[in-house]
Structure formats: C-alpha cells, structure tokens
Ligand binder design. Structure first.
Ligand code: URP
Ligand code: ZN
Ligand code: ZN
Ligand code: ZN
Length: 512
C-alpha cells in the first residue's frame, strides 16, 4: 500500500541522512603547515568518513569535496583537554556548563576531545558512571571519563576493575576537600595498589586537606572573609607537601602517578625531582596557572575576585614564570584547564565566607589560545611543542594515540586550523560557555583557531558554531597504556630500594 511504501521510503531517507551525517563530507585542507608533535611540513590533508585519509603534497581534490584554503595557517590535531568538570555537583552547586554548552565552547576554541571527572553518586562508582553517561547524552564531541575515588571498600575496588572494562583507565584521588571528597593516606595507598593491578593511571589532587582546614579556620577567624582568604589559607608548601607524599607513595607501590593541576613551584619541584630519579610521574599545569596570578582574588569587586577562586589557588606571579619554564623544559608534560564553572550567582553563596565559594574557573574554550600566547608567542616553545602539550601528550598518556593527537592517515579527523595573524580578545561577552564571567577577561591573543573539524565535520568556521546535541561519542580508553610498559622489571627495585635494605657485605680482597 501507499502508506507502507511511504514508511519504507522515509526510513530509507532517514538512514541515508543519518549515514551522511555520521560519515561527514569529504574535505581537503590545502596548503597549510601540517604540524604534529614530531615536526612540520607544508602539505594537503584529505578527510573522509570521519578519518584522516591522506597527508601529502599537491593532493588532487576529489569532485564534490569541500575545499579549505589553509595557506599561512597551521593544521593541527584538535586539542585534548584532560581535565574538566561539566555539570559537576560540587560545594552545594552544579557547574553551569553541561556536556553540550561546555563542549560547544571547547569546539569554538579548537578542543575536540575532553576527559571529564565522573564523581561517584553517594560513594557508588558504578552509579556515578551511569549518572555521568546520562549527563553526556547531549554531548556534541568526543569525550572520555576519569573516575574519582572518594572512599574505600571492597566494593570500590571491585567497581574500579569493572570500570576499566567499560573504558575508564584513570582514577583521581583527592588529598584535599576534608569532609567531602578527601581520602586518607591509607585509602590512597589502597587505591594506588589497585590502580597498579588493573593498569589504570592514578591521579592526585595534591594539597594537605587537614592543614587546609586549619588554615581556613585561622584566616577566617582573623577576620579575613573575602576571596583573598582563599589564597592566604592554603599556601603553596601545603601543595608541595602533598605532592611529595603522593609521589613517594606511588614509588612505594611502583605505579605511575599523574599530578593534576600543579599550581606552584613547590609542586613542580616535587614532580621534577621524581622524574629526575626515573619515576613515572606526570605533571599537569592548567591554563590559568600560565596566565594569571593571585591578585585577582584581591579585586574589590567580589564577582571578579570569586571568579578566580579555584583549588589549589592561582599563585603569585613567580609561580607562573616557573611553571611556564618547567613546561618548556619538559619537567611538566601537558596543559589542562580544570574547567569547572560557577556563575556569579552561584559564586555569591560565598559572600562573607570564602570557604564556601564554589571552587573552579573557566578555560575549556580559552586553553589553546592562552597556551599559544603564553608559550609560543613568548618564544618559549615551538608550534610542534604546542601540539604536544595541548593534544599529543594527553593522547599518549591516556592510551588514545595515534587514534587521537596526530595528523596522520587513519587517525580521527579532529583537526584545527590556527591562523597566527588573527588578533582577538577574550571576553565573557563573546565566549560560548554559559558562565557570565571570564578569568581571562580582556586578554589579548595573537593567533586564532579559525576552523575546527570534529570527527570529519566542520563544526566551527567564520565564527559560527554548527553543533548538535547527541552527536558526541564516548571514547573508551584501554588500561595498561604506555606508562605501564616494562614496569614489572622495576618492581624488585621499588619494593626493596637500594639503601633501605641491609645488604650482607663481604669486603673484597683488594679493599683489605
Ligand atoms: O577548584 C577546582 N579545582 N575545582 C574543581 C575540582 C578539582 O579539585 O579539580
Ligand atoms: Zn582537584
Ligand atoms: Zn579538577
Ligand atoms: Zn666494604
């Protein structure tokens, strides 16, 4: 019958539309400087079926393909932000960017994948994972999850092993936020051992939470109640202490450690020292630490001061200088954002008590531009280094490489065009996040992401976003990544480090 035919026809058309939508069009990027972590070359790039098909000079443009002229521009792998908190319930609020608005903002800034921190729901990791999957149903770009471990039990340990099978290969432990997310050293140690067993990366928020609680009380009782109290109450050496402790406990069980948001010289020194003795430790500064300093928290306008409150705090300018140098010198490995946004109404709950200002700053949209300005335009690093610290390193650490983090045949077509000659200014008036403030307000950037391609689709071009909720995909990350390779060879030394075990010692003849 006619209606049956209509039904068949419409389903065929629907499937065809879906197919075209998912597969994307053929795109040729002409004449750009293809820039990967290991070098640059002027070449053309062919994209089809959501993947990079060819990278070569003088590529023939297939009929019907979309042509992008990239002369004078860098063609780079899309950014990977390894540290975000979209729609996070935290300190009595829920972060105001969800998986759609936050990802749309990311794409407008050239980031094509992020790894978000799923939180347990009432201590339950599996329930937390399911809840975050639901939140991510409106995703418009690729994403993965880390899982936070905020308590310890046999069930938590079993859930970690289950989650590894579901595509999570990293777990975060908080040594701060006493009475909320914080774990004890005993719980952390158990977690480190479990991570080693299942081949997952242990991540740590390193501040001494006990001392922070005392410091907060001390500053508040001294009559300092505004946002500057946040900076004063948790000094950098408390970050240094916790980083040192975490690094040493990770050494004790011989497992890789990833220190999130290294905000101070103190933390950088501990990461650098560990690496210098051959330990597998990763240090992740965030964009705000490269560009800002603590004076924002002294701004008489509460709205501006509270917007800069995050933990560990943004520090004095000397820390910023050191962090940038450490990044350039390879002591730190990659840059994230810790994008956790609370608008000025949400931040206002802490008016009169800095201890309850929801912690977090923006950055998912600004990260690439901030890193370009602070690191490349300052002459500290090359465009290839830029790719490494904004994309490739994250892909390698979290076992996504070379699917992500490189412009090469077979890789996902997550590609950006960056024009180094376009000047722009960051502002809450023009950004795409839902937050009504911007910690980088007014910052001038020379160089702009002018095109973003996500899985083979042009989603950002000429200042326009073309994104659809529900098109983003969960990217599974497998355990036992590169950081675990050959680790067992070191077990003997880690369990019985030289100098701690009395070794029976016979004097050689020539010594007598
Ligand atoms: O202030 C911050 N960093 N908020 C997000 C939660 C965390 O500690 O990463
Ligand atoms: Zn943290
Ligand atoms: Zn965070
Ligand atoms: Zn001797």
């Amino acid at each position: 019958t006619r209606s049956a035919f209509g039904t068949v026809l419409s389903s065929v058309l629907f499937l065809l539309a879906l197919f075209c939508y998912v597969e994307g069009e053929q795109i040729v990027i002409k004449g750009g400087t293809v820039t990967n972590a290991d070098g640059q070359l002027v070449a053309d790039v062919l994209i089809e079926n959501g993947k990079i098909a060819k990278v070569q000079k003088d590529l023939k443009v297939p009929p019907g393909a979309r042509l992008l002229d990239a002369s004078g521009q860098y063609v780079m792998p899309g950014g990977i932000d390894p540290h975000t908190h979209l729609e996070m319930p935290f300190m009595g609020q829920v972060a105001c960017d969800d998986f759609f608005s936050g990802q749309a903002a990311a794409l407008a800034g050239g980031t094509t994948m992020h790894i978000d921190f799923a939180l347990p729901t009432k201590g339950d990791l599996m329930q937390g994972f399911h809840d975050y999957q639901k939140k991510a149903a409106k995703a418009c770009m690729d994403y993965g999850f880390h899982m936070a471990v905020t308590s310890w039990s046999a069930k938590v340990a079993a859930d970690m092993a289950t989650l590894v099978k579901k595509g999570i290969n990293s777990f975060k432990f908080f040594l701060a936020y006493k009475g909320a997310l914080m774990v004890t050293d005993e719980e952390f140690l158990q977690g480190l051992q479990k991570c080693r067993e299942i081949g997952a990366i242990a991540q740590v928020h390193a501040e001494n939470g006990e001392a922070v609680a005392v410091g907060q009380k001390r500053i508040f009782e001294a009559g300092i109640t505004g946002p500057e109290g946040h900076a004063l109450s948790r000094p950098s050496f408390l970050e240094g202490e916790a980083t040192s402790r975490a690094v040493r406990l990770a050494r004790f069980v011989n497992t890789p450690l990833y220190v999130v948001h290294t905000m101070s010289i103190d933390a950088v020194e501990e990461v650098a020292r560990a690496r210098a003795r051959g330990q597998r430790v990763i240090g992740e500064p965030v964009a705000s630490a490269l560009s800002l300093n603590e004076t924002a928290m002294w701004n008489p306008d509460f709205k501006i001061a509270a917007a800069a409150v995050m933990s560990p705090p943004i520090r004095a300018a000397s820390h910023r200088v050191k962090i940038k140098e450490a990044l350039a010198g390879g002591l730190l490995q990659l840059v994230a954002t810790d994008h956790a946004v609370f608008n000025s109404t949400q931040k206002a709950v802490g008016k009169g008590d800095f201890r309850v200002i929801p912690n977090g700053v923006n950055g998912i949209e600004e990260r690439l531009h901030v890193v370009w300005e602070e690191m490349v335009n300052s002459g500290l690093i090359t465009p290839s280094d830029f790719v490494r610290i904004t994309s490739t390193a994250a892909a390698q650490i979290f076992n996504l490489y070379p699917r992500k983090g490189v412009i090469a045949p077979g890789s996902d077509a997550d590609v950006i065009l960056l024009d180094p000659k376009v000047e722009h200014h960051i502002s809450a008036a023009t950004h795409h996040s839902r937050i009504d403030t911007n910690v980088y307000e007014g910052k001038r950037i020379m160089g702009k992401v002018v095109v973003t391609i996500s899985r083979g689709r042009i989603v950002w071009e000429n200042g326009n976003l073309n994104v659809t909720p529900g098109t983003g995909r969960f990217v599974e990350m497998l355990p036992m990544g590169p950081l675990f390779e050959g680790l067992d060879i070191l077990d003997q030394e880690a369990m019985h480090p030289l100098g701690t075990t009395p070794v029976h010692h016979t004097h050689a003849k020539d010594e007598l």
